[in-house]
Write a new protein. Sequence first.
Length: 202
Amino acid sequence: MRAADIEWGMLRGALIALGIALIVTVAMVGASQHFLESNDKTFKKADRARRAAYEEYRNLDNQEQMIATYYPLFQALEKEGVIGDERRLKWTEALDQADSILKLPGLTYSIDAQKRHTTEFPLADGTYKLYASQMTLDLGLLHGQDLFRLFSRLDEDAEGLYSIDSCTVSRSRQEPGGPEEAHLKSTCKLYWYTIRKPSEQG
């Protein structure tokens, strides 16, 4: 069939309708693609928000569990004088009480100013800082066991945490003395530790 034989007048309406249909189809396909892409972005955004909310909830749950586990321990350390202000008065009272019980001849002590304490090993103390006060003890001993009895009394009665840095023991007399006279003398250096809260650090 030749082009001249085609009745274009009759086909014009059909061609126009076909063109419009193609345009509408292309527009609908484009709109559908845009809609799908928009929905995909919305879904991914919502999924990220859901995951972030879940992570936040999980972190809060972990924090609650940590608080439930460790806060009673924190309160116990606070009550025992390890966390908070140093308790020098309690330390000296415990020494005086031990002295009155053990009847040690010539117990004297001195405490240096409190300082930041550095450890020989890495310590991740965060915002809570470790401080220490050095105490020097000079005392007479009736016999060697008195020194162990003294530290045993401190363990029972003193508030706080301490460590013995060094102790020296020497004979104070060559000849035996009276039952209440020191046969030995000792000098000990102790460190009393305190963990300061951020609000207590100056």
